[in-house]
Design a protein around this ligand. Structure first.
Ligand SMILES: [Zn+2]
Length: 98
């Protein structure tokens, strides 16, 4: 009879299976929005870019996300410029009329 207990092979905590400095695919998926928003810390950004060099799957994912983000932006109407004087005048006239 052989029991399989919890493994205690002496490794330290934090068993991500990768160096702490290495971005893995799962992390990249979580970080990709930051990547697009430019909200990524420079250190993280360089790790991500290193990962992209070696990982074709994440490059493909990035391209898909890029296309998705582009189409989302395409759906949005362009931001209006500052309210026009005529609009303000029209609003004032409407208020005055009430
Ligand atoms: Zn990857």
């Amino acid at each position: 009879m052989h029991k399989l207990g919890p493994r205690e092979d002496g490794h330290s905590a934090g068993d991500l299976g990768a160096d702490a400095d290495e971005v893995v695919c799962q992390q990249f998926v979580e970080l990709v929005t930051d990547y697009f928003e430019g909200a990524m810390a420079p250190r993280t950004l360089s790790q991500v870019e290193e990962h992209l060099v070696i990982c074709e799957a994440c490059r493909n994912y990035l391209e898909q996300m890029r296309a998705t983000v582009a189409s989302l932006h395409a759906l949005k109407p362009p931001a209006p410029a500052e309210p026009s004087a005529s609009l303000l005048a029209a609003l004032r006239a409407r208020k005055a009329a009430e």
